[in-house]
Design a protein around this ligand. Structure first.
Ligand SMILES: [Cu+2]
Length: 187
């Protein structure tokens, strides 16, 4: 009886080790899907810097932003139509990415621009991180895709209702979204 108990305990340990290895493999696969990223450039005289990464997760896109140099508080954050950040005020990025021709709205609703995303919330040091999953966008080129478009951060909060851009003020950062090599391809 005692021997048998020991045998079972050892078997369980081996299984746990296998499970850990398996989970590691799954996490590795998770990073191999389509990805894109944007490096933020300061605009409108700001000191904003940071990166925004996009990853396909099933039918949705996960956006992860790390931003510094903001004023504390909320800032409108959107995908804009044009992948052109060249203007000093980022006006070259044009309006919100909105292939369906809808009204601006809350990122969780259905009547909204495809480029509407949650506000970034900067802490007292001006740092903000954001992780959200969004539908209505894909990591492709073309009318419904966000590749070769841009991400824009605004000086003020998006109120999620004013047209056409949530009354979020000046554009303090802009970055062109480009496809990144799958993680597996880098090794
Ligand atoms: Cu915007």
């Amino acid at each position: 009886m005692k021997m048998s108990n020991h045998f079972h305990r050892n078997t369980r340990l081996v299984c746990l080790a296998s499970l850990t290895a398996l989970l590691g493999a799954c996490a590795g696969m998770d990073t191999a899907g389509p990805r894109a990223d944007a490096t933020l450039e300061a605009r409108s005289g700001s000191k904003v810097s940071g990166t925004v990464a996009f990853k396909a997760v099933g039918q949705k896109v996960r956006v992860e932003a790390r931003v510094a140099g903001l004023t504390p508080g909320e800032h409108g954050f959107h995908v804009h139509e044009a992948g052109d950040c060249s203007a000093a005020d980022a006006s070259s990025a044009k309006g919100h990415f909105n292939p369906a021709g809808r009204a601006h709205g809350h990122h969780g609703g259905s009547e909204r621009h495809a480029g509407d995303m949650p506000n970034l919330v900067a802490d007292s040091y001006g740092n903000a991180t954001l992780s959200a999953e969004l539908d209505m966008m894909s990591l492709t080129e073309g009318p419904a895709g966000i590749l070769k478009r841009s991400v824009v951060i605004h000086a003020d909060p998006d109120d999620y209702k004013s047209q056409p851009a949530g009354n979020s003020g000046k554009r303090v950062a802009c970055g062109v979204i480009s496809s990144s090599a799958p993680a597996g391809g880098r090794y």
